[in-house]
Design a protein around this ligand. Structure first.
Ligand code: ZN
Length: 168
């Protein structure tokens, strides 16, 4: 398991670098990320959230209940239809809000064996993937909230920066 980076940590605001080679440390990182995601009952985790600026995400398929590691994920296609849904984030505990996302996306990346993978996702699964890929670009779901909602949450967010809220 790895330590989670919490809102206010600069690493959450940085752009992660592509994984150049899938070596032992990348495989170990993926395994640790999976375990960390499950330990915190999350549905997704990005490298930045465990303090590693590499483009790697783990996601939990909401129906199949299996987890998936995607290396260097990219949104190859996003449908025009949007959907609004509530999101939270392991790095921003106790804060939730509605975010508009593409309902359907196609993600391209690699698996841990270096094979190219394509994932066609919709609904909640598409939302999770978009949320995690955002992390790799230093973008957090609170950035995508309605400005009025963000203002409403600003006090809670400031508390997180000061480390005022426990991780669990
Ligand atoms: Zn998140």
């Amino acid at each position: 398991m790895r330590k989670l980076e919490i809102y206010g940590s600069p690493v959450l605001r940085e752009r992660a670098k592509p994984v150049a080679e899938i070596n032992g440390s990348v495989v170990a990182l993926a395994q640790d990320m999976r375990e960390t995601m499950h330990a915190f009952s999350g549905v997704g985790l990005a490298g930045n959230q465990v303090g590693v600026l590499l483009r790697i995400i783990t996601v939990l398929h909401p129906e199949k209940k299996e987890d998936l590691v995607v290396i260097n994920p990219e949104i190859a296609f996003a449908g025009e239809e949007k959907e609004i849904g509530e999101e939270g984030c392991l790095s921003i505990p106790e804060i939730y809000g509605k975010v508009e996302r593409a309902r359907q996306i196609l993600v391209r990346g690699m698996d841990l064996k270096g094979r190219e993978v394509e994932i066609l996702a919709e609904g909640l699964f598409a939302r999770i993937l978009q949320h995690e890929i955002d992390h790799l670009d230093g973008v957090l779901f609170v950035d995508r909230l309605h400005p009025a909602k963000r203002l409403l949450l600003s006090g809670k967010l400031k508390k997180l920066v000061r480390g005022g809220v426990a991780q669990t």
